[in-house]
Design a protein around this ligand. Structure first.
Ligand code: GLP
Length: 269
């Protein structure tokens, strides 16, 4: 896998946005053959979304022929609840860009039959031609989407119970009250993510240092589900210096050296 270690969150976010915009552009998408982009929520991608909006406003990126699939959604939160992932995506990305409403897909955590909703979501991804690029973040316990420790490494979209740790981490968005954080979510599976043609994971800040270490320097392990990226043909981790605190000096130097060109230059649009 590729590992790009940027100096800080600003640099990382800008690079990710340019990379995504370039992939879309190079894919020459059309209404018949759109570019299919998988998207996360959380604080990690906020900077990337901000930069993507800037690229759109500068006329350097268009989402007219992009279809998106979000990774996950809480069960039981109304879509207009400020902490729902529907609301988050609207606020941080969708209402600022030219993506047609019908091209946006987010699991429906209020569907009457949740299992059916999950299967329909998987079917829709296949019908769209599969995901070209799946962007993700990571939890402090190394989870991708809501694939908590112990998740099947070949899982598909399904209902997941959130761990206490994840609910505590996410309670910062719910008045610091863990009881307000939903206990259940719908999430794409690790198999769903692995089926994407390319997977790019943002890992930033000291709090993610242990997760980055487990994912990069330890083996593939269902207790650190992000480690599954080691088995992807085109996996990219984009991180900042802070997140590398638990990596060996040699590992950091190695990846900084082989990725020197990309660390010094933004993908050309
Ligand atoms: C949640 C989301 C994940 C996200 C993680 C980390 O659990 N389901 O997709 O990667 O939080 O969030 P943050 O980026 O805010 O640290």
């Amino acid at each position: 896998m590729r590992i790009l270690i940027h100096k800080d969150y600003e640099a990382l976010s800008k690079w990710c946005a340019y990379y995504i915009a370039k992939k879309i552009k190079d894919g020459r998408p059309s209404a018949d053959k759109p570019f299919v982009l998988g998207l996360p929520t959380g604080s990690s991608p906020i900077g990337t979304y901000r930069e993507l909006v800037k690229l759109y406003q500068a006329g350097k990126a268009s989402f007219k022929n992009v279809v998106t699939f979000n990774m996950d959604e809480y069960v039981g939160l109304p879509e207009n609840h400020p902490q729902s992932y529907h609301y988050f995506m609207e606020e941080h990305l969708f209402r600022h860009i030219d993506i047609p409403r019908g091209n946006i897909n987010i699991p429906n955590g209020n569907a009457p039959d949740l299992a059916k909703e999950c299967q329909a979501y998987e079917d829709k991804i296949v019908k769209a031609g599969g995901i070209d690029l799946f962007l993700g973040g990571i939890g402090v316990d190394g989870h991708l989407a809501f694939n908590e420790p112990g998740s099947s490494l070949i899982s598909r979209t399904r209902i997941k119970t959130l761990t206490h740790d994840t609910r505590v981490a996410n309670s910062r968005f719910f008045d610091n009250d863990v009881n307000k954080v939903p206990q259940i979510a719908l999430t794409v599976g690790l198999g769903t993510i692995m089926s994407a043609k390319e997977v790019m994971i943002i890992i930033n800040g000291y709090s993610k240092a242990r997760a980055l270490y487990q994912v990069v320097e330890q083996g593939v392990n269902h207790m650190w589900t992000g480690s599954m990226l080691q088995l992807h043909q085109h996996g990219i981790i984009v991180c900042d210096d802070e997140a590398t605190m638990e990596l060996k000096v040699g590992t950091v130097k190695y990846f900084k050296d082989i990725e020197r060109h990309d660390l010094e230059n933004l993908p050309e649009l």
